[in-house]
Design a protein. Structure first.
Length: 416
């Protein structure tokens, strides 16, 4: 008989498979014709994100009889050769010099675009970190420190990208400006709850979330302004207006919601999507899940999706999904039945760890203690990776080649 834990892992795999980027792009291309270059023009393909490789493979197979050039930028775990394309790998979640080199390569490719060309941008989650292109005067280290401060303050992804866009040459529509007069079509796999295109990969093909003034206001409100590198403050204080952003045709091909619906369908009877906006502080999210466990109604499979935030108070190793799983394990009361809870990132990577998240049950805390760990101390130090490792409760999937944010599932056994 399949255990609740095994079923939870199977449903996580279903969520990832539902977001298969190659299939999603093929479906979109079948639904509407791909823009064709004018006579003598070239198709310029730029694929950026954790799902860049399969998206590029799908598109190249579709246009094999056309004149095209292709550049793929993805994370190290998902990088592999793509016939007909140049593949560049870079760092995620922490940007690195390889990402900066990739950004220069993207700009060089687009700089050569002519009006008769067509630019196809294949965009998926992770593009913000994978393609760092700091504005003049700001170093990669400056941007990394700014992101570290913002993440440590627990800001949401939209607030983070507001600042990232203000400090980038390519984000917030910068890719459109770089393409000169060539029309751009974007095919986008969303890793953002609510599918705000300005936020996915920091909005490479859409207008920015806000202005430099908005970014300054956020940083002041968070009490971070004086902690920022001087070069970042100087860049955000510039009074020169931003260049206008051209308009692209953007097509959304996949999302977190579609993966939740696939999980619900795979679970068959007795399943429900409880929330597709599990956002905000991870402790509040844990409370929502525990409340649902105590009041499940007729359902025994409760599905959630979203992207929480963690406010750092320690120096341990973990990620938002691992911490959410640990918090649920520690706070779940005796509900009179067996249960298993899984929280995982659909990209297979939760924070700077080798895990996608965690899968816990009523005996998780006892296993941590038996292995010599102090769950409360580990949680206080944001050391959820070690805590779940002691319990044998890490969810390790490896890179999935896709990214549609996080999914959670709570499975309930029969009442005792």
């Amino acid at each position: 008989m399949t255990s609740l834990r095994d079923r939870a892992i199977s449903l996580f795999q279903t969520a990832c498979e539902a977001a298969d980027p190659g299939i999603a792009l093929s479906r979109a291309l079948a639904a509407a014709p791909l823009p064709v270059p004018d006579r003598g023009g070239t198709l310029r393909i730029v694929a950026i994100g954790k799902a860049a490789v399969p998206m590029a493979e799908s598109l190249i197979a579709h246009v094999a009889d056309q004149s095209f050039v292709a550049l793929v930028v993805t994370n190290y775990e998902n990088a592999r050769p793509v016939a007909g394309a140049v593949v560049m790998a870079s760092g995620h979640p922490v940007p690195d010099e390889n990402g900066a080199k990739a950004a220069v390569a993207v700009e060089a490719m687009l700089r050569d675009a002519r009006p008769e060309d067509r630019v196809i941008a294949l965009i998926s989650g992770g593009g913000s970190a994978l393609l760092p292109a700091p504005v003049e005067g700001v170093s990669l280290a400056d941007k990394a420190e700014t992101s570290r401060l913002l993440l440590g303050a627990g800001v949401d992804i939209s607030q983070l990208n507001l600042v990232r866009q203000a400090l980038s040459r390519l984000k917030g529509g910068g890719l459109l400006r770089a393409a000169n007069a060539a029309p751009v079509t974007g095919y986008i796999l969303s890793d953002v709850i609510g599918d705000d295109l300005r936020v996915i990969a920091s909005g490479l093909t859409v207008a920015p979330v806000g202005s430099r003034a908005d970014a300054r206001a956020l940083l002041h409100a968070q009490g971070l302004w004086l902690q920022l590198p001087a070069a970042v403050r100087a860049a955000l204080d510039r009074d020169t207006p931003a260049a206008p952003v051209p308009v692209a045709l953007n097509v959304l091909i996949g999302s977190n919601r579609k993966s939740l619906e696939a999980m619900q369908a795979a679970a068959c009877d007795g399943s429900a999507i409880i929330s597709d906006r599990l956002i905000g502080d991870v402790s509040d999210a844990a409370a929502q899940i525990i409340l649902a466990a105590q009041n499940p109604g007729p359902y025994r499979c409760l599905v959630f999706g979203g992207e929480t935030t963690v406010k750092l108070s320690g120096n341990g190793l973990g990620g938002r999904n691992q911490e959410l799983a640990l918090r649920v394990a520690m706070a779940m009361p005796d509900i009179g039945r067996d249960w298993a809870f899984l929280s995982g990132g659909t990209d297979g990577r939760d924070g700077p760890t080798d895990a996608a998240g965690g899968v816990v049950d009523a005996r998780t805390v006892a296993r941590i203690v038996a292995a010599g760990g102090n769950p409360a101390a580990l949680l206080a130090n944001n050391d959820s990776h070690r805590a779940l490792s002691l319990a044998g409760d890490l969810l390790v999937s490896g890179a999935t080649g896709t990214n549609v944010a996080d999914v959670q599932v709570l499975l309930l056994g029969p009442s005792h």
